[in-house]
Design a protein around this ligand. Sequence first.
Ligand code: GLU
Length: 417
Amino acid sequence: MASNPFSNAMAQLEKAATTMGLPVSIHQILQQPKRVLTVSLPIRMDNGDVRVFTGYRSQYNDALGPFKGGIRFHPDVNIDEVKALSFWMTMKCATVGIPLGGGKGGIIVNPKELSEGELERLSRAYIRAIYKYVGPTQDVPAPDVYTTPTIMAWMLDEYERLVGEHAPGMITGKPLSLGGSQGRGFSTAQGGVYVLREAVKKLGIQPQGTSVAVQGFGNAGSFMAKILEKEGYRIVALSDSKGAIVVNDMASGSLSVTQVDGHKQQTGSVTGFNGTKEISNADLLKLPVDILIPAALENVITKENAAELQAKLIVELANGPVTPEADVILHDRGILFVPDILANAGGVTVSYFEQVQNASNYYWTEEEALQKLEKIMIDAFNAVWERKTRFNIDMRTAAFVTAVERVSEGMKARGLV
Ligand code: GLU
C-alpha cells in the first residue's frame, strides 16, 4: 500500500502521534475526513456530445477555521489522493499557524485535452455541484495542479451568481482584478525559498556555486528555479511531464531558467533546450546535486530510489513527494528534508492574506504581502526545528508534531475532546 497517498499520510500521522503521545480520541478524529463530496459533472463538449466527469471535495478538518485547499484537475485524481491532500492541508495550515482548516478538491480530467470553453463549463459545473458546502466561512478552494487564476475567476463568478452577492473570499488564487493578492502567483515558491534559506544556514551551504535540480516546471517549480537562480544558485536540471534536462557541464554549467521557460512556451516542453542532455524524470532525482526540489506530484522518492539520491538537502514543493519508507532511509543517511507541509505552505499563507484583504476590501502591496510571508515561514521553520531537536526526529515528523499540537488545541477548546 506504500503508493496509496492516504495510507502514507496516516503513517506519517501515526509516527507523530507516537512521538508526542497523542491521546487516542484526537488521533481517531484525525484519521478520517469530516465530509467527502463526490459529484457527477455532465458537460456538453464542443462537438455536441455529453461527457460525464467525476469531481471530489474532501473537507478534512475545520477545528482551526474554514476548510482550505486547492482543486486539482488531473487524469490520476482519485478519492484517496484527494483525502490525503486535504489531510496535508490541515497539517500545513497548522504548521504555519494560520486560522484555517484543511480541504482539497479534484476532478478526474486531462485539462490539456479540453478547449477553453469546455474547461469553463467544467469549472462552473463543479461549483454548481458543491456551492452549498463552500464559501468564505465554510470552505475556501484555490488553485492546485493544472488549475489557474482564470479557472478561479470562473468559479467565483458561478458562485456569486448562485448566491446573489459578491463573495470574493470564497476562493483564492484569483486574478488581481477580482480580488487576488499581490504575490500569490509565486508565493508557493517564495515561501519555499524563505525556508530553504534557513535550511542552508543550518547546513553551512552558500548559494554561490551550489547546484540545484528541480522536478516539475509548473506554478511552484518554475518560480522556485527562477528565484534561486537570482540568488546565485546553479540550476543544473529541470523537468516537466514530458521529460527532464540536465546541463552538459554539470561541474560548472547552469541553465538560464528564463530561456528554458521561453523554450517551453514555444515547444510545449523543457526538453530539447540547447546545451542540455535529455534524461528521465526518475534520473533527475538521482543526479549528483546539492539541493533537490521535487515540485510535481506525489510518491516520487520511494524505498526504491531513496538510497541512490545524492542531494544534501531536499525541499518538498510538491505535496507528498516522499513516502514514509523513504523518509526513514533519507533520515538514516543524514539527508535533511524540509517537508511539504512546511516547504510549500507559502501558497496557502498568501491565500490566507488574500482572504484577509477580501474581508477588509483593502489591498496590500507585494512588498507588504512578502514581508508578512517571510516572517510566518521563518517562525514556522524555527518551530519545527525546535521540535526536531527536542525529540531527535526528522523534519517531517517534527512538522506533524507542531501541527497536531495546534489542531489538538483547537479541538480541546471546542470541547470536541
Ligand atoms: N494548492 C496549494 C497547496 O497545496 C494552495 C492551497 C491554497 O492556497 O488554499 O498548498
